[in-house]
Design a protein around this ligand. Sequence first.
Ligand SMILES: C[S@@+](CC[C@H](N)C(=O)[O-])C[C@H]1O[C@@H](n2cnc3c(N)ncnc32)[C@H](O)[C@@H]1O
Length: 220
Amino acid sequence: MLIASAWDAYYAGVEHPFCTATATALTSRIDRLSPGRAIDLGCGLGRHARHLAESGWSVQAVDFSRVAIEIASTAEGPKVGYHVGDVTQWRTAEPVDLILVSYLHLRIDDLDALLAAARTWLAPGGHLLYLGHAHHVALDGKGVHVMFPDIADLARACAGMRIDEMAHVVRSHVDTTTIDVLLHARSWWSQDTALPSARRKRASACLTTSSNLRSAGSHP
Ligand SMILES: C[S@@+](CC[C@H](N)C(=O)[O-])C[C@H]1O[C@@H](n2cnc3c(N)ncnc32)[C@H](O)[C@@H]1O
């Protein structure tokens, strides 16, 4: 894991800091959602935070690289609330509709802990979108990296959530193939469990009968 000063040095040396190319695997999913409150954890230069803000989201974005946040803050476009902070310690007070985590490479245990905390910030029906390099980052085997999660790690981190998608995203380059993992999960909300209306009426009739029986003392 790189520490903040290493990322500062990296960003200070980036030649074209206002890279606007977003990850299609994320934007294609973000663009299907209704805008609300979003958090971008480990936002870097803010490419996805800006995309969200431009799409009407109210965005808070966090990164522990002061240099990255300084650069991101001076970019033109709709306002993003940028914060210098360690995502493993950072907390939000308000429930949010989307938590975005892209290519934030923590140790698997730290990622698990982060996702476990972050999912508690979601409003009912809120979305968690994760994209990052997979454990087997390159098909040639040279890129295998123990710091990168795989499907099983993400499955553990979002156990109990409603899973919309969990997939490998394979990208072919000239001389290699990169494999990412994508997770799209949601917090449950009451309408998710709603039954179609005819079944709901029958279920409600059963509940009424059973509650009548209970009040008549037929059940313990
Ligand atoms: C590969 S960059 C990805 C940036 C951005 N999410 C994107 O997709 O362009 C990883 C970022 O995570 C940040 N980062 C890594 N560990 C962090 C931590 N514990 N707290 C906050 N930021 C962290 C780094 O400073 C860096 O900006």
